[in-house]
Design a protein around this ligand. Structure first.
Ligand code: HEM
Length: 321
């Protein structure tokens, strides 16, 4: 993500260490998911009992410092390979834009991409691992498809992914059982309405529990089981039109990273499955892999499975070119 958004230009001794940015993103997720007493009992908020507000202010200052370093590097914007910040900065100078893109907008977009696009992808891949090592038969079936479509002489390329229907089904099944934003982001009713017989008043905060919807036996057979085949039998989309499956939300606030996110997870999963034999450590069996969740702004496995990966393709594919 940092390469897409910023290239590698800003990382180095004299500017920012990538580990520092990682720390900022981790801190951002921690604080966004924190239960802050002052939000619920406002007259106590000035005491900042847990110290979260101070940490948020510190974090804002650190992010701002990082953003300023990036913006100060405008001089590099004519580099041949453009990243997202280059494009945004170029747009910011366009006097014909109907809505002016200010420096603050560019900073906000940068932050959206770096936070929204990192933790979500890691969690999705972690959950796929968790589901797969519990079901070696699913791994075998996926490898069969990959060997058939891609062969053993090369890595999986983006163009192969459209033919990998079983890998796609694994991805969907992972997001059905483990949607990363279990309640989506809080939404607000913009008018009075009635949903399934319940009156919702304008201005009400609405939380949509996509975790429960994804496991509702009314819509899903054997709802608690990891069964990718269900997505082969029925073509169920994930773009927010099918209300029984909403891993990216729906409507205008749907995840804007939807298509990029799917591409990255698809390619990662396909290459990890195709390129390696997967094994659990001695003494650990598939049933003992936990699916317990660690709640936060995104939901990660509480106990990520230790998986041993061994190369299974031609050995020259594993050496750097
Ligand atoms: C598997 C990958 C991903 C999943 C499951 C996911 C899921 C979600 C969900 C459920 C929401 C809330 C939608 C709503 O409230 O209706 C959301 C919002 C958002 N996502 Fe993603 N996301 C993923 C990847 C990404 C990526 C790669 C990016 C950026 C490059 C991104 C950026 C964002 C942003 C900026 C928002 C806030 C949008 C708004 O509030 O208007 N996401 N995502």
């Amino acid at each position: 993500m940092t390469r897409m958004v910023l290239s590698n230009k800003y990382f180095g001794e004299s500017t920012v260490r990538v580990e520092d940015l990682q720390h900022l993103v981790d801190q951002w997720f921690l604080l966004n998911g924190a239960f802050n007493i002052g939000d619920w009992i406002p007259w106590l908020s000035f005491l900042d009992l847990q110290g979260y507000v101070k940490q948020m202010k510190d974090l804002k200052r650190s992010f701002d410092k990082f953003h300023s370093i990036v913006l100060d590097h405008r001089a590099k914007k004519n580099a041949e390979k453009k990243d997202m910040v280059d494009v945004l900065l170029q747009m910011a100078q366009d006097p014909t834009l109907e809505v002016k893109l200010t420096d603050d907008c560019v900073k906000g977009l940068m932050q959206d991409l770096l936070t929204g696009g990192t933790d979500s992808l890691t969690a999705a891949v972690q959950w796929a691992f968790q589901g797969l090592v519990r079901q070696p038969r699913v791994i075998d079936k996926a490898i069969q498809e990959l060997d058939q479509v891609v062969g053993k002489e090369r890595w999986v390329a983006e163009r192969d992914c459209s033919q990998l229907s079983y890998v796609e089904a694994i991805l969907k099944e992972t997001l059905r059982l483990h949607p990363l934003g279990t309640m989506l982001a809080p939404h607000c009713a913009i008018e009075d309405c009635n949903v399934a017989g319940y009156d919702i008043e304008k201005g009400t905060t609405v939380l949509v529990n996509v975790w429960t919807i994804g496991r509702d036996p009314k819509y899903w057979d054997r709802a608690e089981e990891f069964l990718p085949e269900r997505f082969l039998e029925k073509d169920i989309d994930m773009d927010g039109h099918n209300f029984s499956f909403l891993p990216f939300g729906s409507g205008r606030r749907r995840c804007p990273g939807y298509s990029l996110g799917l591409k990255v997870i698809r390619a990662t999963l396909a290459n990890m499955l195709h390129g390696f034999n997967w094994k659990l450590p001695e003494g650990m069996n598939p049933e003992s892999v936990s699916v317990e969740e660690h709640y936060g702004l995104t939901t990660h496995p509480k106990f990520p499975a230790p998986v041993i990966l061994e190369p299974r393709l031609s050995s020259d594919l594993y050496s750097p070119k």
